[in-house]
Design a binder for this molecule. Structure first.
Ligand code: XIL
Length: 358
């Protein structure tokens, strides 16, 4: 459907499916723009529900007090992930001194707005508290077990899933990443983490999550081998998250992602797109061309999940270009669905079309 904003009045184009709550005109201004505010646009979560999928966003607890941020989030998303607040370093910066306040605020916000919550991420080399580096193997084992048990028990009944182990495969797919966990606990730390999480929270779906293995590649082969091995050993793993931090200039092909999802699903696993964003700063041409290319990547790649019965949904790593980790990590960009003023971008329409299967 298309929406044209005339002044502050939302006009639905004839013949289109109305899933928005029309907003009464509040001004007589004659300004015309085709860029509706995110708070007025057709809710993504309604379209996702029709397709039986969750549509999620990673959030920062400190921004929930911002009315525009919280308003757009509640309107469009049915699934929340804490961008930082549920990671080990955020919770236990000082050993034994657990801080759940910020994560709890995200859970409370999600529950108040009818959203599901995914826990992210119990074991990740990128968020290990500093004190962990100095531990002996035996002490690390104790801290590792205590961390998983304490955090998974704390959120039991409030999260529907956990990213249990994050990014354990080396970037080039040559084998397991060389982390403090692997060095001191051995390769079986991965299986141990899943077993410990299942004990602490028997209901949550347990995911392995990684990046750069969305399509068929050496890295996704290693991810496949890892999770196949875990399944064969009877380790409690329910699914794989494909992060999907990609560039519009060089995205993995749809066919390749679909084939990768299918082979994971054939192991009895569910899959999801867990951290999607699409960088566009290297796309040649005008700003409009960059945004249109980005729309088409969102349309096609979210569409792969919509078409795969075992794909539970898509989570974006943020939703507004005003707050994205990409700017810090890769340089200034506009990788998300809403612009810095919380207006919808072409990318939003790409996702909406994919969720409606059109
Ligand atoms: C990033 C967050 O966006 C940052 O705010 C934080 O400082 C570091 O982590 N893969 C992941 C996420 O699994 O947890 C990362 O999130 C982005 C890459």
């Amino acid at each position: 459907m298309s929406i044209v904003l005339v002044g502050a009045m939302l006009v639905l184009q004839p013949g289109c499916r109305d899933r928005t709550t029309p907003v009464a005109p509040t001004t007589t201004t004659t300004t015309t723009t085709t860029v509706p505010a995110g708070i007025q646009a057709e809710p993504l979560r309604d379209a996702a529900r029709e397709s039986g999928k969750l549509v999620g966003a990673a959030v920062q607890s400190g921004l929930l007090a911002d009315g525009r941020y919280a308003g757009v989030l509640a309107r469009h998303f049915s699934y929340l992930t804490a961008e930082y607040e549920m990671k080990w370093d955020a919770i236990e910066r000082v050993r034994g001194n657990n801080n759940f306040g910020a994560g709890d605020a995200i859970v409370a916000y999600g529950q108040a707005n009818g959203m599901q919550i995914k826990g992210h991420a119990l074991i990740w080399h990128g968020s290990v508290p500093e004190w962990v580096g100095a531990l002996s193997a035996a002490d690390l084992r104790a801290a590792f077990e205590n961390h998983i048990r304490t955090v998974a028990e704390h959120y039991r009944g409030r999260v529907i899933a956990w990213d249990v182990v994050n990014e354990a495969i080396a970037d080039d797919g040559s084998g397991l990443r060389d982390t403090v966990f692997r060095q001191k606990l051995g390769d079986q730390y991965i299986a141990d983490a899943f077993r410990l999480t299942r004990q602490a929270d028997p209901q949550a779906l347990l995911f392995y999550n990684d990046y750069g293995g969305e399509g068929l590649s050496q890295k996704s082969n290693r991810i496949y081998d890892l999770v196949q091995g875990l399944r064969a050993q009877g380790v409690p793993i329910d699914g794989v998250g494909l992060q999907m931090h990609i560039t519009a200039t060089n995205p993995p092909s749809e066919a390749s992602i679909a084939a990768n999802m299918r082979r994971l699903a054939s192991l009895g696993l569910s899959v999801n797109i867990s951290e999607m964003d699409v960088r566009i700063r290297d796309v040649p041409g005008t700003a409009q061309i960059r945004l249109d290319v980005q729309k088409s990547v969102y349309r096609s790649h979210v569409g792969v999940c919509v078409a795969e019965p075992r794909c539970d949904g898509v989570t974006f790593w943020g939703f507004t270009d005003a707050h994205s980790w990409i700017d810090r990590q890769f340089g200034a960009d506009d990788p998300l669905l809403f612009d810095e003023q919380y207006a919808v971008k072409p990318a939003y329409y790409g996702v909406l079309d994919a969720l409606w299967r059109r």
